[in-house]
Design a protein around this ligand. Structure first.
Ligand SMILES: [Zn+2]
Length: 422
């Protein structure tokens, strides 16, 4: 194992603090995709990279590449990175931790006088959080040439301005984004590694600092679904004459819950969430049979076959409930992402380093989506390293102990330092 590599906790702490102070939007932080907070974070990383003497490149979609050149720069290199945007009023570590980890790892190698054969590029990815633009993995897909050109017309949720307009305002080049234009060639990559806070409670509950991720769930979503029934008087309309949208939706949710339990009993992994339900306050009332209810549906699984089974079941249930209750379901546009299996050999290498460094870890799946999925599905050997996190994620109370961050970054740095990591 390479000696002399020491992750500088104070360096990381300084950057986290600077981001927190300048992107505070109480409660929490807000770093809008292609907005002020995200751009500030990009400028901070550029400044630090300049001090470390790293080569800098920004692609037309605004992804940032900071490269520590290897002894043999012609060899396919490593990319280590994550995203710098946040959800509105989110936490300070979701995304930023993976970029700061890359810089801290490179800095530790540089200070130890270690120049590995392969170049190491720290990547700051744009727009991972789909709150801003309802597109999965916008930045990483743009980098790999996988973003459809029509995505550029998508309005940002808060400003209403298109992705094209937001890119142009930052001096980027949207005309060179989409239609298969590749700005980071997967064939030129030796591997992609993302450090990210775990967004669930598993590591904290198991008292383990690091999670090595086996796979990332894919999803299907209906963000703007509705049940259409008939408004009526709550006392005057007998049960047999009702077309009650809320009761119909309740049937669907109860049946999906039973379907989910049955899949878990079979050993499948899946999550089913109805995160928003609403009757229109302008129309609804205490004494009215609800004639319409809006809802959304988010279904995730590591298995494409399992996603397909749940979708089939959804269609069957919708048809049955429509026939039984007289309501109509308008599910709206279906979106989603493909599940990703991460590279077992790369994970085993990280596990080997973690053991040698006496860093505690477990292997686990990721129910949340991450840019790593895009790289893995593009054929790049990919690894996702979770850091234990307190208080959940996508909220202002998100937390992470810096000693856990340092332990995980130390494992990544030691892997990058090895010249035998074929
Ligand atoms: Zn994230």
């Amino acid at each position: 194992m390479t000696d002399g590599i020491a992750i500088d906790r104070a360096f990381a702490e300084r950057l986290f603090d600077e981001l927190a102070v300048h992107t505070t939007d109480a409660p929490g932080v807000t770093r809008a995709a292609f907005g002020e907070g995200e751009q500030f974070a990009h400028e901070v990383m550029k400044r630090e990279a300049a001090m470390l003497g790293l080569a800098q490149r920004v692609d037309p979609a605004g992804n940032l590449y900071l490269t520590y050149e290897g002894r043999d720069p012609a060899l396919p290199g490593w990319v280590v990175g994550s995203h710098l945007d946040s959800v509105p009023h989110g936490g300070n570590f979701d995304g930023a931790a993976g970029v700061i980890a890359g810089l801290a790892a490179v800095r530790a190698l540089s200070e130890a006088g270690i120049h590995p054969r392969r170049s190491i590029t720290v990547m700051a990815i744009r727009a991972e959080e789909s709150n801003w633009f309802p597109l999965s993995y916008l930045g990483s897909r743009a980098a790999l040439g996988l973003l459809p050109q029509e995505s550029l017309a998508t309005p940002r949720s808060d400003t209403g301005l298109s992705l094209r307009e937001h890119m142009a305002r930052l001096g980027l080049d949207p005309t060179r984004v989409g239609s298969g234009q590749v700005h980071l060639d997967p064939a030129g990559l030796h591997g992609f590694i993302e450090l990210h806070i775990e967004q669930g409670p598993v590591l904290e509950a198991e008292q383990v600092p690091i999670g090595l991720v086996t796979g990332i769930s894919g999803s299907f979503r209906y963000r703007k679904a509705r049940v259409l029934g008939e408004w009526g008087h709550s006392g005057a309309v007998p049960r047999a004459h009702r077309r009650d949208a809320v009761f119909a939706l309740a049937r669907l949710i109860t049946a999906l819950d039973a379907c989910w339990a049955a899949l878990l009993a079979e050993g499948e992994t899946a999550t089913i969430t109805v995160g928003e339900i609403g009757t229109d306050p302008a129309l609804h009332g205490f004494s009215k049979v609800p004639g319409e209810v809006a809802f959304c549906l988010d279904v995730r699984s590591l298995s494409p076959a399992c996603l397909a089974r749940i979708h089939d079941e959804l269609m069957r249930l919708v048809a049955r409930i429509e026939a039984e209750t007289g309501v109509r379901f308008a599910l709206g546009e279906r979106t989603g992402s493909t599940p990703a299996r991460l590279d077992a050999a790369l994970r085993a290498q990280l596990a080997g380093v973690a053991k040698a460094r006496e860093a505690g870890f477990v292997e686990m799946a990721s129910g949340a989506g991450h840019d790593t999925a895009v790289f893995a599905n593009a054929g790049v050997r990919s690894a996702l390293v979770f850091v234990r996190n307190q208080n959940g994620s996508h909220n202002p109370d998100e937390a992470m102990r810096l000693e856990d961050f340092v332990a995980a970054t130390d494992v990544i740095a030691h892997l990058l330092a090895r010249d035998d990591n074929e």
